[in-house]
Design a protein around this ligand. Structure first.
Ligand code: DP6
Length: 332
């Protein structure tokens, strides 16, 4: 018996209105709505084949065997695919990022988006993007957004939600904007998003205020994208990022993702703005900074940020394409 091998590519995304916090339900539902931009110049490529000869799922990430925790997360997505497709066979999965993994560069977003797409295709499921996005969301909520290109929204769930997929903001992906990804370290982050948000929810006195405030930030970001209003989008992106981090920093013990270099980059972004170059900073669960600007100013923004002491690398990204998949052969 042989089955198809599918290879998928997905791009990471940067949230401009942040998701931080989950509904208390078993299926990974975000407690707040979020809005992101998919990044064209970074990608994850993942191949999946269901092989009758395997006694367990084999997962290779960037050329090394997955840790037990990583493999469990992959297998739980594959289990859902097996149930839907009526398959009993285990799978091999090979995935590689062309950017540093686990350092706040959204590798779980592109990783689980590519995995969901490759696994469903390899299993012979003809699912539309919304269904694949819902599957990816259960593994990592930000991954739901990486199924789509350009600007993408993901609504909040509630305890009785049974299906939740991201949605593209149609007609916005030709907007001439850019995000400069400022890498301040190649070390993996210490506290991942899943763990970080559970800790915040359990211990931060600001958590309820964040959950109450986040929908208005999301709505302002959505309106700003539709109006192609860079200044408003950048302003609200900074408010969202700092509100999320303030909430996380209020946890006990505090959750601090910023390094001294993160703060130096933020200060440089502010000084560029004072000198008339509109640029806006956002940070996720790691020390990297992502800087929103017009596409026309991106080269200047990136070269200014490369000068900040401690910055390792700056990658300029434009709105990227949706995740894609193709059948590449047979697994025996
Ligand atoms: C700060 O999607 O990685 O990047 O659903 O637990 O896998 P899980 O979390 P994840 O969290 C992303 C958090 C963020 C903000 C965002 O991307 O919206």
């Amino acid at each position: 018996m042989s089955t198809a091998v599918a290879c998928a590519t997905a791009h990471p995304n940067v949230a401009l209105a942040k998701y931080w916090g989950k509904v208390l339900a078993p299926t990974n539902l975000p407690a707040v709505p979020s809005l992101s931009m998919t990044l064209d110049s970074l990608s994850t490529t993942t191949s999946v084949g269901f092989g009758p000869g395997l006694d367990s799922d084999r997962v290779v990430i960037n050329g090394r065997s997955a840790t037990d925790a990583e493999a469990r997360r992959v297998s739980s997505l594959l289990d859902q695919v097996r149930v839907a497709a009526g398959l009993r066979t285990r799978a091999w999965v090979e995935t590689a990022n062309d950017f540093p993994t686990g350092s706040g560069l959204a590798s779980s977003a592109s990783g689980f988006a590519a995995l969901a797409l490759a696994a469903t295709k390899a299993a012979g499921l003809e699912w539309d993007s919304a269904r694949v996005s819902d599957l990816a969301r259960q593994a990592s909520a930000s991954a739901a957004r990486s199924i789509f290109g350009g600007f993408v929204t993901l609504m909040a769930g509630s305890a009785d939600t049974t299906f939740l997929a991201a949605e593209p903001l149609n007609g916005t992906d030709d907007w001439q904007v850019a995000i400069s990804v400022v890498i301040t370290t190649f070390q993996p982050k210490e506290v991942g998003s899943t763990q970080g948000m559970a800790h915040t929810r359990a211990t931060s006195p600001y958590y309820d205020a964040w959950v109450e405030h986040a929908p208005s930030l999301f709505e302002r970001a959505r309106v700003a994208v539709l109006a192609r209003d860079l200044d408003e989008l950048g302003t609200v992106a900074e408010e969202s990022a700092f509100a999320m981090h303030a909430c996380a920093m209020g946890s006990a013990p505090p959750l601090v993702y910023f390094s001294p270099v993160t703060l130096a980059v933020i200060e440089k972004v502010r000084s560029m703005r004072r000198s008339g170059v509109p640029a806006y900073a956002t940070m996720d669960a790691g020390p990297q900074v992502k800087v929103l600007s017009s596409a026309a100013n991106a080269a200047q923004v990136a070269s200014t940020l490369r000068e900040v002491h401690g910055v390792e690398k700056v990658i300029v990204a434009r709105p990227g394409a949706a995740a894609s998949v193709k059948l590449v052969g047979q697994s025996t």
